[in-house]
Write a protein of this length. Structure first.
Lengths: 360, 340
């Protein structure tokens, strides 16, 4: 009997342990999939929640889908138009952060591009030449950053903080003394068509600048998912040494990403200059923080190696909704604190949901 | 035997790399100063030389905290916002209760000493928040401190409704900022700066704590494995950096007898620039307070010489950027040469 019982129990025991093991594995699996699912979908939920909150806030004043409401067509068009600069810029910014690098000078590059674009138009250039020259300027600004970081090996944060000051300084120097921006005056009139790019309705009530931004996003989503550039960026961010050893030319790839960021910063700067019909040397201030928030909300890892351009776009929409939505409900002097709060919340969310690669 | 042999070159006057860079930057300072004296009239006068140091006391005070934070390989960009917040709070806490219809004239009516104490606590609180994210959650310091910078400045803007608070202050409020040695331009804040520099210098050279900061910067993993509580050290440094920003904020608020929400815009960048000019490296474990001090005077000479040569103030951004790049590259070149 004893031997039989022991026999049975010894047969059963491994069974129990396997079941136990399996259940714990299942549980771990479940929590892992739960986490993965939260990670995959939370950003959309956040966006929907924010839109919902802001539309409910206004419900007592106006009825649904009418002029003035957060979800009225007018206000959506307005929202998308103000989102143009960050939509244009944040895609390339994401690719750069996926590769583990950062560019804090994007805001200043935007301002400088806006100032140069406005100056060119004010001084008799027609749209297309001014547009192309400013884009080339943006690429040069980006390549300067790339050169400082990749060739001279200055720490990215420091190099781009210093170029932030440099670009802003140059923009301020272009603006004549005693004036706060490049704008039309009695002697020199700013042509009215400078507005066309960012304000004139071309399709669905939205201007050229918006559709260009959409095109840029589509392009960069494809670049990230389908091209070698995207794969190399991920590889460099995941493990720079391994990437070097497997023959990826990190200097050239990341350099190219910096050029792209500068290029799209110029594009964003022109959209803003066209929207405001003037070149304001401070118009891009804080754009680097908006981009960082969008990228972090989009689940890109701090240290690179993981991320998605498409989700950054959702993150960018969240910021714009929060900015515009808050403007309608609280005084302007709350804006800085709100944005700081969003950044810290994004950092925390990102920490909770994105697994950092093992620290060396 | 062996130790004495190893110490011999040291005793023979061989400088450490840090002292070498400091001496190198002193050389640069002398050259820059010489050039400035040629081009700017009256630049060599003692009063002007004194002003070069006294006009920059706030950046130097901030630089002390930033120096140590950067030696560990981290950034603190929150100091500018922290100055604004502390200044505004020190005003808000001691403004009279219900003295006026204007909400910006009404405060909490606390005694000035208590107001200062609480404001300093808040400043250290900002440092503690930084430390929590950086030491506990291991978030990159640049991102967190940019966030807390906005939070702190944003809080200052909320308290002042985007403007400033400067009415119904107690008489004691303006004393700290205006006390000074009669007949000179040296005021209390400058003396505080000098005292803090001496303290920081002794701290850096003579304490185990400081030497461990260098170890953390040079190799955080080795530091952790050899039993150094890296998180604790980072927390302490960020709180000290917050405290220094708080002291600066209170002195500035007292000097101007106002809590201004836009005070100290860009100070974090200036503090970073003088630290870089002083040869402190963000890759960690390298730098000195003395170097930072020399860097501050170089920046001061360059900017005031530019003003003296009638450059428009718009030049300062470009100038600071160019000077910083030149400094980073020449320091690296000099160090490489030295190593052979």
């Amino acid at each position: 009997m004893d031997s039989i019982t022991t026999g049975v129990s010894s047969k059963e025991q491994p069974n129990v342990t396997t079941i136990l093991k399996e259940s714990t594995i299942l549980q771990m699996d479940r929590s892992a999939t739960l986490r993965a699912n939260i990670k995959r979908f939370y950003i959309y939920i956040v966006l929907v929640l924010i839109v919902l909150v802001f539309s409910l806030m206004k419900l007592d004043q106006v009825t649904f889908f009418e002029r003035g409401h957060f979800l009225s067509p007018d206000s959506i068009i307005n929202l998308l138009r103000s989102a143009v600069p960050i939509l244009t810029l944040s895609g390339a910014f994401t690719l750069l952060m996926i590769s583990g690098y950062i560019d804090l000078s994007v805001g200043s590059a935007m301002s400088l591009a806006a100032v140069v674009f406005a100056w060119l138009i004010l001084n008799g250039f027609s749209f297309l030449p001014a547009f192309v020259i400013t884009l080339i300027l943006g690429a040069i600004l980006g390549s300067l950053n790339g050169y400082l970081v990749m060739k001279l090996r200055i720490t990215p944060v420091i190099a781009t903080l210093v170029t932030l000051s440099l670009f802003k300084g140059i923009a301020l120097l272009i603006v004549p003394d005693g004036s706060s921006a490049i704008k039309g005056s009695a002697e020199k009139v700013m042509p009215a068509w400078i507005n066309d790019y960012a304000r004139k309705d071309v399709l669905l009530g939205l201007p050229w600048a918006f559709w260009v931004a959409v095109l840029v996003i589509l392009l960069l989503v494809i670049v990230q998912r389908k091209t070698l550039l995207g794969k190399y960026a991920t590889a460099i961010g995941g493990n720079r040494i391994a990437a070097d050893l497997s023959g990826i030319n990190a200097v050239r790839i990341v350099g190219l990403l910096y050029v792209m960021v500068g290029f799209f910063a110029a594009l964003a700067g022109m959209a803003r200059a066209s929207y405001m019909s003037l070149g304001d040397p401070l118009s891009g201030d804080g754009m680097e923080l908006d981009c960082i928030i969008a990228v972090l909300l989009g689940g890109t890892a701090f240290s690179g190696g993981e991320g998605s351009v498409a989700k950054t776009v959702v993150g960018a929409l969240i910021i714009i909704c929060v900015t515009i939505g808050l403007m309608t409900v609280i005084p302007a002097y709350w804006q800085t604190m709100a944005k700081g709060g969003v950044l810290v919340a994004a950092v925390t969310l990102n920490h909770l949901l994105v697994r950092e690669k093992a620290k060396a | 035997m062996e130790t004495s042999q190893m110490q011999k070159p040291l005793l023979g006057g061989k400088l450490s790399d840090e002292s070498f860079i400091t001496v190198f930057m002193v050389g640069v300072l002398i050259v820059v100063f010489g050039i400035a004296c040629i081009f700017v009239p009256n630049f060599y006068k003692p009063q002007n030389m004194l002003n070069l140091i006294t006009n920059n006391w706030y950046i130097i005070v901030l630089g002390i905290g930033i120096t140590f934070v950067m030696i560990t390989g981290n950034y603190d960009m929150s100091v500018g916002g922290n100055i604004a917040l502390t200044g505004v709070l020190s005003v808000y806490f001691c403004q009279g209760v219900n003295v006026s219809q204007n909400p910006l004239a009404n405060g909490l009516g606390l005694p000035y000493i208590l107001a200062i104490g609480l404001a300093l606590l808040c400043a250290m609180g900002v440092g503690a928040v930084n430390a929590f994210f950086i030491a506990k959650l291991k978030v990159p310091s640049i991102i967190v401190t940019l966030g807390t910078m906005m939070l702190a400045r944003g809080a200052a803007q909320v308290i002042t409704q985007g403007a400033q608070r400067n009415t119904s202050l107690p008489d004691a409020f303006g004393v700290l900022g205006s006390l000074g040695i009669p007949g000179t331009s040296i005021r209390l804040p400058v003396l505080v700066m000098i005292a803090l520099i001496i303290l920081a210098f002794i701290f850096e050279k003579k304490t185990v704590f400081a030497r461990r900061i260098y170890l953390i910067g040079a190799n955080p993993v080795a530091a952790r494995l050899s039993g150094v509580n890296v998180g604790g050290y980072l927390t302490a440094l960020y709180i000290v950096s917050g405290l220094l920003a708080g002291i600066t904020g209170i002195l500035l608020a007292s000097e101007f007898e106002a809590g201004v929400s836009n005070r100290a815009m860009g100070y974090e960048f200036d503090a970073l620039v003088i630290v870089l000019l002083g040869g402190i490296s963000i890759t960690g474990g390298f730098g000195s307070v003395l170097g930072m001090f020399v860097g501050a005077i170089i920046l001061s000479v360059v900017t005031s010489a530019a003003t003296g040569m009638l450059f428009s103030p718009d030049w300062q951004f470009t100038l600071k950027a160019i000077v910083t790049f030149i400094a980073i590259l020449t320091q690296r070149f000099a160090l490489d040469k030295r190593k052979g």
